[in-house]
Each structure stands twice: as C-alpha cells, then as structure tokens.
Design a protein around this ligand. Structure first.
Ligand SMILES: [Zn+2]
Length: 107
C-alpha cells in the first residue's frame, strides 16, 4: 500500500483507497490507464481560489483603508474596528497559500 497525492486537493491518499479521504474525489480512475494530469486538474481549482482570494483581498484592502480614514476623522465618531484588518489578513494568507500551491503543482 503506497500513498499518492490526490489530483483534486493534493492530499495524501492511499493507492488502495477508492476515494480521497480529504475531498472525496474518486481515485479509481487514477490507477487505471494514464496518470492524471495533476497540473491541469488542479490549476482550474487553484485559479478559482486565486480569483476569490484576490477579490477578498481587494475588498479587505478598501475596507481597511476606509475604516482607517473614518476612524481618524475627528468629525466622525467612529471607533477603529479590527474586522477589516482580520479580513485583509485572512485574504492575504489565503492568497499567498494559493500562490504557493500553484507554484508547488507546477514544479
Ligand atoms: Zn482529495
């Protein structure tokens, strides 16, 4: 019994397993016939991740800037909130992780 990388999520899957324990992708077809074109299959999913993380990153950035600006404005009684920065941080980590996964799959 050996371990192989899942074509869908990249997780470790036993070659004896019918499906991936991480994402549930069927693994049966991978063992029969030609090796799955990992890069091609994952890139579509990763591109979606990249698109979504970029969008969240932009939203988080605009939100953080506007929140920072309004919190600094003495005419507005706005307390600075950590939420936009948290969103920005999560989006940044997600974006970097996606970038790393793309790089990893294309090596
Ligand atoms: Zn998987």
């Amino acid at each position: 019994m050996a371990l192989a990388a899942c074509y869908e999520c990249g997780g470790q899957v036993s070659t004896a397993a019918v499906g991936c324990p991480h994402c549930g992708a069927p693994q049966a077809t991978q063992r029969v016939g030609t090796p799955v074109r990992t890069t091609e299959l994952t890139s579509k999913r990763l591109k979606l991740h990249q698109l979504l993380s970029s969008l969240v990153l932009i939203v988080g950035l605009i939100w953080s800037i506007s929140d920072y600006a309004s919190a600094r404005d003495p005419t507005l009684d706005v307390q600075p909130s950590a939420t936009p920065y948290a969103v920005l941080g999560v989006a940044l980590v997600w974006w970097i992780a996606t970038k790393f996964r793309i790089w990893w799959h294309h090596e």
